[in-house]
Design a protein around this ligand. Structure first.
Ligand code: HEC
Length: 202
């Protein structure tokens, strides 16, 4: 009897190992992706080519080694472009529009479509808003809790511009680096987080 149980367990283990081995290689995944977008215009095809950091996240399944993480933070920090006028905060009312807009980057979009940040999809922001995602931490009272500290303001700009400059293989979109949002939109959504008058801080 015992013998059978052990044999069964061994069989399950080897089945598990076989399944794990069946994960297609990165080359197969890349070829499949390329074929999926085969008829798309070249600028769309270019979007599925991962940059250096994303390639590391893909091959390590978001689990880079500490050396890879360190290199990634350095590489991605160098890609952050800060406002030339030194001002990080725009208009919080426009920032709300950015946070609440999930449109953009779709085949069907007219060329002049304004993209949004879709922040509510992953974060609580205005504590009075009932509908929000929880993939990211709550950002309610973000500025107030941080006493509107200038260093923290700069750090948040970095995070929004290029999330991987702060957290390697972050799940948060890289809004500035990937040109989803322009500088003014990032300033506006920053004001939504940091303006004392913003509902986020009420
Ligand atoms: C697809 C989900 C997703 C979207 C969309 C998203 N975020 Fe995030 N965000 C995250 C996750 C996950 C974290 C925490 C882990 C990390 O830092 O990568 C995070 C962290 C943050 C932080 C740092 C919080 C801290 O710990 O202090 C800020 C600030 C932030 N996000 C702002 C924004 C803003 C502003 C937007 C919209 C322009 C946005 N996020 C859109 C997923 C998202």
């Amino acid at each position: 009897m015992m013998k059978h149980i052990f044999a069964g367990a061994a069989l399950l283990l080897s089945a598990g190992a076989a399944l794990a081995d069946e994960r297609p290689s990165q080359a197969v995944i890349d070829a499949y992706l390329a074929a999926t977008f085969g008829k798309a215009p070249p600028e769309w095809q270019a979007r599925i080519k991962p940059d250096e950091s994303l390639a590391v996240c893909n091959t390590t399944r978001n689990n880079p080694s500490s050396a890879q993480s360190e290199a990634m933070l350095k590489r991605e920090s160098a890609r952050v472009s800060y406002p030339a006028d030194g001002k990080f905060l725009g208009d919080w009312k426009k920032g709300y529009q950015v946070a609440n807009n999930g449109r953009g980057g779709q085949f069907s979009d007219a060329p002049n479509t304004v993209s949004g940040g879709n922040c509510f999809a992953c974060h609580q922001l205005d504590p009075k808003e009932v509908s929000f995602g929880t993939l990211g931490p709550s950002l309610a009272a973000y500025g107030k809790d941080r006493k509107y500290d200038p260093e923290t303001i700069k750090d948040a700009y970095t995070k929004i511009y290029n999330s991987m400059a702060v957290v390697p293989c972050s799940n948060m979109p890289r809004f500035g680096v990937n040109k989803v949002l322009d500088e003014q939109q990032i300033k506006d959504v920053m004001a939504y987080l940091f303006d004392p008058e913003s509902p986020v801080n009420k």
